[in-house]
Design a protein around this ligand. Structure first.
Ligand code: ZN
Length: 243
């Protein structure tokens, strides 16, 4: 097993891993940055898994929020006043700095930023910037993977003992989902619905027992009992008896 448990192994709904590059080719969108923005919007903005950027034309790289310079992320280094002191808008990309006129400042850090801008201008080439993504092993990669990013940002949990009984190969998704709800005690059975609305009919939909619970529905209900008996007899005839 890999270092991290899958969502299903934790008793949750699973997800499918996709590679950003593959979908970018299909949809002609910059999926990497799209997903990156989504993740950043969902989480604390100080947590970042886009480690740094190899700067080329600066077109896709945020001036303030990405670690393109030797100073790191300038928003973190310079705080909220940085964009006012430098005269560069908060949401500006680095490419906008090609017309930036170098100035001399009294504060040393501002002069260092001016120097970084000059360095960018000198090294400018008409190629796309290359994002470097930190993977789960701590290495920087040039390709983006939602799977790797997910492994990086999520909390680690223990193995759920019943997950393989719910999520298994060739399972029917609808039935797996219902079983999953049962295991979590989240099925809308009569007893639970009564908590939400005292006037609701809480009787069993199959046998009219006064109170429908998950336990009753699957194991105690006279109707379910008949189904279990049929299934058991089919199992016996196919497999020659179940121990
Ligand atoms: Zn019943």
């Amino acid at each position: 097993m890999k270092g991290c448990l899958s969502n299903k192994a934790r008793g949750r709904i699973g997800h499918k891993a996709i590679k950003g590059g593959e979908l970018s080719l299909l949809f002609k969108v910059d999926l990497e940055n799209l997903i990156y923005s989504f993740i950043m919007g969902e989480l604390d903005a100080n947590i970042s898994y886009k480690e740094s950027v190899e700067l080329r034309n600066g077109r896709k790289t945020s001036f303030w929020y990405e670690a393109w310079s030797s100073l790191g992320r300038l928003q973190e280094v310079m705080g909220g006043r940085g964009h006012i002191d430098m005269g560069i808008l908060v949401n500006e990309n680095i490419e906008a700095c090609r017309n930036h006129r170098r100035r001399s400042h009294r504060v040393n850090i501002l002069n260092r930023v001016e120097l970084e801008i000059e360095r960018y201008k000198e090294n400018w080439v008409d190629e796309e910037d290359i994002s470097l993504w930190r993977n789960s092993k701590g290495k920087c990669m040039k390709t983006f993977s939602t799977s790797e990013t997910w492994q990086n940002i999520r909390e680690k949990h223990t193995l759920c003992s019943w997950y393989s009984a719910v999520w298994f190969k060739h399972a029917t998704p609808k039935y797996a989902f219902i079983t999953w709800m049962v295991m979590l005690g989240r099925l809308s059975t009569g007893d639970r619905m009564k908590n939400w609305n005292a006037n609701v009919d809480a009787s069993c939909v199959l046998c009219n027992n006064p109170l429908e619970t998950a336990e009753h529905l699957f194991f105690q209900c006279s109707y379910s009992k008949q189904i279990w008996e049929v299934l058991m007899s089919v199992g016996k005839s196919v497999h020659g008896g179940i121990e």
